[in-house]
Design a protein around this ligand. Sequence first.
Ligand code: PLP
Length: 387
Amino acid sequence: MPDKSAIYADNAATSFPKPRQVLDAVAAVLGSMSLSPGRSAHRFSLESSRLIFDTREALAEFFNCPDSSRIAFTCNVTEALNVGIFGLLGETLHPGDHVITTALEHNAVMRPLRHLEKTAGIGISILPVSGEGEVMVSELPRLMRDNTRLIVVNHVSNVTGAVADLEAIGRQKGEAFLLVDAAQSAGVFPIDVVRMNIDMLAFTGHKSLLGPTGSGGFYLRPGFGLRPLKMGGTGSNSETEIQPDFMPDCYEAGTPNTLGIAGLGAGLNFVTGTGLAVIRAHEQRLCRLFLDGLAQIKGVTVFGPPADRERAAVISLKVSGKSESEVAQRLDRDYHIMVRAGLHCAPAAHRAMGTFAEGTVRFSFGFFNTEADVTACLAALEIISGK
Ligand SMILES: Cc1ncc(COP(=O)(O)O)c(C=O)c1O
């Protein structure tokens, strides 16, 4: 049983709690149908195929994807980003080509890109961030080159909570392939792949889409091919030993995570049923309350955009004279408040914000947090800061 006195403020790592419907959906699927969709022709297998189809359709509608077959499931956004970055090599991206990314990327983007820099001679330019941790899209034209083939952008920073202006990037991207990491934004901020001119949208199921870990996927615009990272059984074209070349099968080798996809579908259903605007407004209210309160606590420094700007409820801070791990441990031990301390798998972002190598203490509020949670976090920080 979850500890009722605990305050969970680590939703940027993974959302908690999950809606009741998600737990029910996972249990129902586990108990009532075969988990092997698209393989056998019996009723149980067909039911799980239908469930996966329905979730694909719901995701396509949610992100305004013109064709649900252009959505492939992966086990998280890291896998989706790897499929995108490595899959482009030899297709859209060739040795010597140029890539633009931002100073706020997670290692799920930076590690594959640095690998290609080293092994395939890809050149990388970094869009800088402002002092308030926002990507400076105005710098994009200056960085663009004739051989810029790929732009990779984190929609919402998991360090500063800043929101990248995807529409502006989509307008200015020219012929380059735009790959968006929507790990922190999907389920809170509206995403429209057509309006934003996104070629590939990578998302994870277990954060604000409220599904279980092990679920995620991507949308790939028609007309683009990616070399699949893995090949194997797809339940389709079984007469040939060649990987299918059509979506989504070409990227979904192996029995899928039917349980995870069922939970993701139920999480998405909760999000759409509640309303994205309602979720966003609630998180915005919590974020503003927290930032306003922090401004009253001496010895606390906040990194990221101010409350009156578009930002997510992901707030990085430092307490003067205290290490990040000490603050996080005291919050947990003395106040049952769970946060994350350190670099949040995004060393580039901390370098840009001047908080490398010790990092920050990160509070991230979700839809199930309350104003009372925020007030309790502020009260604890006031005592810990000792000011
Ligand atoms: C911006 C960003 N990208 C990628 C990831 C990786 O997510 P996952 O572990 O679900 O692949 C995270 C998770 O913290 C993130 O915040």
